[in-house]
Write a protein that binds this ligand. Structure first.
Ligand SMILES: Nc1ncnc2c1ncn2[C@@H]1O[C@H](COP(=O)(O)OP(=O)(O)O)[C@@H](O)[C@H]1O
Ligand SMILES: [Mg+2]
Length: 259
């Protein structure tokens, strides 16, 4: 490689930044839930965010999606500072999320739940179009055979995949997944891991907050570490599990086995 490699990488990551977070903070009374955080996500990247409970991970997602207004800082997406925009306007730009706790429409069946995200784009189309798109969503997450089951009888693992189907359906430019593996068995988590990898391979930019570190570290390209609202580490999974500061604050030494 030429001597210019690092410079070239630097300028290309600038060019490809999809979202840039600058000095972002959210304070609740005296509590600094997110504290002067800076990072960017490149187009097509698959990034993990880890950190202890209360580190500010969900608050960060709430800021990025407009569910909370930042105390200060900027969120630059497509060259626009969207900090403080309302959720529906941010969703329209193509930023989608899932929640730590799954929230299906309990009394709708899986198919109806999968139809919901298609409605805005297909308002004036025949309902069969909507239905076909929803069935396709369910097929991609291996739920088609349960399409007529009401959500409230579906096991947790199925609901997690239904949630993924709903978030993929809007073809987001940036997808934020809050603990997609929580409460899943090893096999179920493996299935979800495969679905996320497939979406990433098709070019979707994805950020995942997760506590199941082994499965996360094997999936993502880059990891950000939050602790008490601050970004304390950033790098490849391999560098993160060897980062003293991160080991002391959160991971412990056994983390070396995760990559
Ligand atoms: N709406 C809120 N009002 C007050 N404090 C909050 C609110 N949301 C989160 N917090 C606090 O902010 C900190 C970060 O929370 P959170 O972002 O949920 O952490 P994580 O997702 O990393 O576990 C915690 O101390 C939490 O209690
Ligand atoms: Mg959380």
């Amino acid at each position: 490689m030429s001597l210019n490699t690092s410079k070239a990488t630097e300028s290309s990551s600038e060019d490809h930044a999809l979202i840039v977070i600058k000095n972002l903070s959210k304070y609740f009374e005296g509590l600094k839930a997110v504290d002067q955080v800076n990072f960017s996500i490149n187009t097509g990247e698959l990034v993990g965010i880890i950190g202890p409970n209360g580190a500010g991970k969900t608050t960060l997602f709430n800021l990025l999606t407009g569910f909370l207004k930042p105390t200060e800082g900027e969120i630059v997406f497509d060259g626009k500072n969207i900090a403080g925009w309302p959720p529906f306007k941010i969703a329209k730009l193509g930023i989608a999320r899932t929640f730590q706790l799954v929230r299906p429409f309990k009394y709708l069946d899986a198919l109806q739940n999968a139809m919901v995200p298609h409605i805005p784009k297909n308002m004036f189309k025949k309902s069969s179009t909507l239905r076909n798109k929803a069935i396709w969503s369910l097929i991609t997450v291996d739920l088609a055979e349960k399409k007529n089951y009401p959500a409230f009888i579906l096991p947790h693992g199925d609901l997690k995949r239904l949630d993924l189907a709903r978030s993929f359906a809007v073809q987001p430019r940036l997808l934020l997944l809050d603990e997609p593996f929580s409460g899943l068995s090893f096999e179920e988590a493996f299935r979800v891991q495969r679905l996320i990898r497939d979406a990433h391979e098709k070019g979707m930019s994805i950020v995942i907050v997760e506590h199941k570190l082994k499965i996360l570290m094997q999936l993502v390209e880059r990891v950000l570490v939050l602790d008490q609202g601050k970004l304390i580490g950033e790098g490849s999974p391999k560098s993160i599990v060897n980062n003293e500061k991160v080991i002391n604050a959160y991971l412990g030494t056994e983390a070396k086995n995760y990559v």
